[in-house]
Design a protein. Structure first.
Length: 289
């Protein structure tokens, strides 16, 4: 296990975390599932000046995985994560054991608005946003209870997740400012993701085609202009078959309006979103266009 200078604390339980935060008036919080890459570290660096204590949680949340998904094999890289967080200036790592965060079955859950949470990721991963909303609410209660203000930082790579969290914070009137951060990309444009580590060498090269196809779909959507609604099904179909022909299994490649992820009309601000499996690895990406 890694050794630390006495500046960074590790809290294993909610009471321990609250002790470390007793004197903080404005925690800046980055929730993660660990296996940290440069994208996570950018979130931490952006969080740091926003509060008086930078907290990063590392918790692989069983509630947001379906039974056939990769909960068991999700990479746990504790020592490397701690070293990166210490270098980034994190003050407190909150790494609860499962029995600390869920000492009894978590039967009380946060159900996000189905209009937002049952589409796209929620359609292909039923229950995903209930799992995410529930753990994020619990992490927020752990970090921010007793505080009159705080900041939470999320990546835009999980675009729909960020929207679900913003809506939850707004509707529960939590005293938290949610900051969304642009996606970090590798030199070739691939969005950084913990799941990129599952890719074989040849899949890693191919992986770029998800973002290339989404970019092209975004360009096509802009070119359709006032006839967008008429042309969109064909444009989305073209993008889906382009990826399928390259041996991907796309779940969705779609253009939505930004503010609620519903089907767009001409003139709406747009976001193009996609999820597709390459071999055994499911990747997601998005662009605001
Ligand atoms: O984006 C993630 O890593 C997770 O969904 C989160 C927000 C940490 C909740 O488990």
């Amino acid at each position: 296990m890694a050794q630390f200078l006495n500046s960074m604390h590790i809290a294993r339980s909610i009471p321990e975390l609250r002790q470390h935060l007793a004197h903080s008036q404005c925690p800046a919080f980055v929730p993660t599932m660990g296996n940290l890459h440069a994208g996570h570290i950018k979130l931490v660096e952006l969080a740091k000046p926003q509060g008086d204590c930078t907290v990063v949680s590392i918790f692989v949340n069983r509630l947001q995985f379906l039974p056939h998904e990769d909960f068991d094999s999700y990479p746990r890289t504790w020592d490397a994560d701690c070293a990166k967080l210490e270098a980034a200036g994190c003050d407190v790592i909150f790494a609860p054991r499962e029995t600390d965060l869920y000492p009894e079955a978590q039967t009380v859950k946060v159900h996000a608005d189905p209009a937002l949470a049952d589409i796209l990721e929620g359609e292909f991963r039923p229950g995903f946003f209930t799992g995410v909303s529930t753990v994020v609410m619990k992490l927020f209660m752990s970090v921010f209870t007793g505080k009159t203000q705080g900041v939470a930082v999320f990546g835009k790579k999980d675009y729909q997740q960020l929207m679900v969290i913003r809506q939850m914070v707004r509707q529960f009137a939590l005293p938290i400012s949610v900051i969304g951060v642009e996606t970090c990309r590798a030199d070739d444009g691939l969005a950084l993701s913990s799941r990129n580590g599952y890719l074989t060498e040849s899949e890693r090269t191919e992986a770029l085609h998800l973002s290339l196809t989404l970019r092209e779909l975004g360009r096509d959507a802009l070119a359709a202009a006032s006839a967008l609604a008429t042309h969109l099904p064909a444009l989305e179909g073209k993008a889906m078959s382009a990826l399928s022909q390259r041996d991907w299994q796309p779940d969705y490649l779609t253009v939505r309006r930004r503010h609620d992820l519903q089907a767009p009309q001409a003139g709406d601000a747009l976001v193009v979103l996609g999820a597709a499996k390459l071999g055994k690895t499911r990747l997601i990406d998005n662009f605001e266009v």
